[in-house]
Ligand binder design. Sequence first.
Ligand SMILES: *Cc1c(COP(=O)(O)O)cnc(C)c1O
Length: 428
Amino acid sequence: MQLQVDQFYTRLMNYKATNEFALLLDAEDELRKYKHQFYIPLQKNGKEHIYFCGNSLGLQPKKTKEFIDQELNDWENLGVEGHLNAKNPWLPYHELLSNSYANLVGAKITEVVAMNTLTVNLHLMMVSFYRPTSTRYKIVIEEDAFPSDIYAVESQIKHHGIDLEKALIKLKPRKGESSIRTEDILDVLNKEGSTISLVMLGGVNYYTGQVFDFKNITASAHNQGIKVGFDLAHAVGNINLDLHKWNVDFAVWCSYKYLNSGPGSVGGVFVHEKHHNSNMPRFCGWWGHNKSDRFDMPDSFNPIQTAEGWQLSNPPILSLAAIRASLSIFDEVGMEKLVMKSKKLTSYILFLLEKIHTERIEIITPKNSGCQLSIRVKNAKKDLFNRLTAEGVIADWREPDVIRIAPAPLYNSFKNVFDFYEILKKLL
Ligand SMILES: *Cc1c(COP(=O)(O)O)cnc(C)c1O
C-alpha cells in the first residue's frame, strides 16, 4: 500500500494542472464510485457544490434513510417490544457499532462505546481521569484548541476548586511557526511532569490540521505518571489510529464530521482496557450497569467491565441507526484505502496551489497530515471567502485569514480539487 502512495508522489513530478489530468486521476481512482452513495448539495444553478466541509459536517449517505426507516417502522409496529423484538433489538443496539468504531480507532471491541456527544463524553472522561491532588493538578492542552475543549477543561479545573492560572498549561507553536513541535511538548512534560495530572489534546488540531504524535506524547506522559486523553473530532475517519497499541488512556469523538452520521449525532468513547476493572471514580447511570441484572433494578451500581460501563442512559436509536449506515461504508472501504486516497487528493491540491505564484498563500497544515488543509491568505478579508462560496465552494473560514478545506476521500474527486484551484486562482 505504502508503495502505491510513493509511486503516486513520484508521479507528482509529472502532474499537470489541467482539467483532463484531474479527470484522468478520477478515472484511476478505485474509490470513485462511493461519491454516488452520498447526497452532494446542489447550487442554485443545479451544479454540485464543491463540498470541502466534511471536517465540519459530513454529507448524508443515501442509505441513511433506509437504516432510520427500519427503526421507525419497528417502533410503529412494535412499540416498546422493539427493545427485544425489533429486527435490530434496541436493547443491545449500540453494540452493533462497536466493531466498526474499534476498527476506526485501533481498539479492542471492549474498549469503545457509542454514547452521548463529544463534550459530554469529555467531561465524563475527565471525571475519571482528571483526579488532581495538592501536588499533581495541571492539565496540558493546545493554546488554539477547539473552544468547547477549553471550556470543558477549565470548568473541570474550577470544579475541583483549583486556580486556573496555576493549573492550565497551554502549548503554543514557536514564534513564526504554525504548528507545535513534538519536542516542545515533550520538554514541557519533562520539566513540569510531576505536577501534571492530564494531557488532553485534539488528536488533529481543528485549526491547523496538525496531527499530534500520539505514540511519543503518550509514552512520555506515562513515564511521568500523567494520564493522556485525545479528542478525535478531527481524527476519526480521517487518519489511521492505533489507540490500544499507543496505550492512550481515553479518547472521545463525534460522528458528524468525517463520519457522516448527521448533525448532532451520537459520539464515541475509548477507554483503554487497563482501566476497565479499576475502581476509579466515575459518574454512573443505569446503562453502565452490569447487563445481567440491570433490569432487576438493583440498588447498588455494578459497572460493566468494559468501556460500556461509562454509559449513563439508553441511547437514541435513530441517531445510532444513522451512524450504522455510515460506518457500513467505512467497513467496506477500510481506512487504509481511504487514507491513501486522502494523501493523493492533498498532494494534488498542494501541487496545484504551488502553481498559483502568489506570495499570499501559506499552507499552515504540516505535510503528511489528514484531509484538511488550512490555507492562510495574507491580507484576505472574509470577502474572499464569500466570493468562493458564491462560486460554489463550501469551505470554512476562520478569522483572521484562514480558509480550511477538507477534501474527503469518500465523496470528493480530483476534479473538485482542480475546480477549487481554478476558482481560487481567479479570485486571487
Ligand atoms: C467539533 C468539535 C467539538 C464539538 O463538540 P460537540 O460536543 O460534539 O458539540 C468539540 N471539540 C472539537 C475539537 C471539535 O472539533
